[in-house]
Write a protein that binds this ligand. Structure first.
Ligand SMILES: Nc1ncnc2c1ncn2[C@@H]1O[C@H](COP(=O)(O)OP(=O)(O)O)[C@@H](O)[C@H]1O
Ligand SMILES: [Mg+2]
Length: 423
């Protein structure tokens, strides 16, 4: 098969790494890709939401399957674009259709879905500019901290957690009336605060059947001890040690089953990954959010533990025969540590040469914000490279990642030295 991956991060390099191992994959393209995907696939400089350029590429290269990495093209309906085009409709697309992608595209839609299907989540109400006063009144009924979520996609910046009631009211007004997050905050979901430890669960579905992938925990804050600004993710660990079989069973029964059944009942066509953000409150899992694609850097620890041929799984998703696949998971733990540009997530410099990659022996360097320029690998983004390792325990794996990072260098390189500290 000829396969196209859309995206350019560590997630997409990991997909490319895994797909390239499949005997079913004859030819692999990544759009736009990075320096890591350039080594194992052919990069094509096309944006992930440029549907007409994607169409031209797909027809030109006779692509059979498109694997969608990020959420934007899914929320903009890339799968529907293929299905509605006579020349493209036979091509497999891994990722939900637009109606189902609303689970990530609209926080309110996701909340209504969970309420309808009795899926445990925080209590909430949603507001818009016309009833901002009701929003203030609702805030007064809650205990701090106050959780305010912009309804639409806001690149991971649309959630505010505030301790002070007046500040929460002011921010609510900022979001609804002054368009703090543009159109994304024309609606705001206000939620009950859930106190507990977070983890993520990853599910594959063909719309009818599902398979559960390993859990992972990511580290979002820039600073050690989970302090400072939010980032796209600074590292991840899989499996999550506190996710016991009993707890995983609760996740499957109370959350995964009703989610997949709910998709069918509501006619939300879904062939792809469901990323369920969870919080463990006492001994019970509650859903924080759905994402309609894999996480980054969670992919960098989840896919390396999957022993199956990923292309075979994708074919089964496409043919709605996912029930025939037995998922096999590597018993070892996997960890990843993200190397970032100094200054990230605020302003940072690009174009710094990355050296030492070839010296890495028993870790896998997944490239993220890195490109090839003048035959050198240079930084091109905030999150630059994710160093993944295996170990019999996550402690052993993380040690390996840190040992290998010692061999890598770029100007103003930064990383967290405490990934897994809270487990
Ligand atoms: N109800 C809640 N209670 C406590 N913390 C929350 C709640 N909702 C979100 N959070 C925190 O805010 C983060 C971002 O929220 P999330 O819904 O995942 O939005 P996004 O990933 O789209 O920015 C979560 O990872 C979690 O740490
Ligand atoms: Mg989230």
């Amino acid at each position: 098969m000829t396969i196209l991956i859309l995206g350019s991060g560590g997630r997409e390099h990991t997909f490319a790494w895994k797909i390239a191992q499949s005997p079913l994959c004859k030819s692999l393209y990544v759009a736009p890709g990075n320096s890591g995907t350039a080594e194992i696939a052919q990069n094509v400089n096309i944006g992930v939401t440029d549907f007409s350029a994607i169409k031209t590429l797909v027809l030109d290269k006779q692509i059979d399957m498109v694997v969608v990495g990020p959420e934007d093209p899914l929320v903009q309906g890339v799968h529907d674009f293929f299905l509605n085009d006579q020349a493209l409709k036979h091509i497999s697309v891994i990722g939900p259709q637009q109606a189902a992608a609303e689970l990530e595209g609209s926080k309110e839609f996701a909340k209504e879905f969970m309420m309808r299907h009795n899926i445990p989540t925080a209590a909430y109400q949603s507001f818009n500019a016309s009833n901002v006063e009701d929003g203030y009144a609702f805030l007064e009924t809650l205990n701090p901290p106050y959780v305010l979520k912009a309804d639409g996609l806001a690149a991971g910046k649309g959630v505010l957690i505030l301790n002070d009631l007046n500040e929460a009211k002011a921010e609510l007004k900022n979001m609804l009336v002054d368009a703090k997050f543009g159109n994304a905050s024309s609606k705001v979901v206000i939620e009950e605060f859930l106190d507990g430890i977070e983890l993520s669960c990853f599910v594959l579905t063909d719309g009818k059947n599902y398979k559960i992938l390993p859990t992972a925990k990511d580290y979002k804050r820039i600073g050690e001890g989970d302090t400072g600004l939010n980032t796209g993710g600074m590292g991840a660990v899989s499996p999550v040690p506190f996710a016991t079989p009993e707890f995983l069973n609760k996740i499957e029964e109370r959350i995964v089953k009703p989610t997949v059944a709910g998709l069918q009942k509501d006619n939300l066509p879904y062939k792809g990954f469901i990323f369920i953000g969870l919080i463990k409150v006492g001994d019970d899992p509650k859903v924080i959010e759905y994402n309609v694609r894999m996480g980054d850097p969670e992919t960098e620890v989840v896919l390396p533990r999957l022993k199956n041929d990923l292309v075979e799984i994708f074919q089964a998703i496409s043919n709605e025969t996912l029930h025939t696949i037995d998922i096999e998971i590597d018993e070892r733990a996997a960890t990843t540590v993200m190397l970032v540009s100094g200054g990230y997530p605020e302003s940072y410099e690009k174009g710094k040469e990355i050296t030492g990659i070839e010296a890495i022996t028993d870790s896998i360097p997944f490239h993220a914000g890195a490109i090839v320029k003048d035959e050198k690998v240079v930084t091109s983004g905030g999150r630059v490279m994710a160093i993944t390792s295996y170990g019999n325990t996550y402690q052993e794996a993380i040690k390996k990642s840190y040992q290998n990072i010692e061999k890598l260098h770029f100007d103003k390189m930064y990383y967290r030295k405490d990934i897994g500290f809270d487990l």
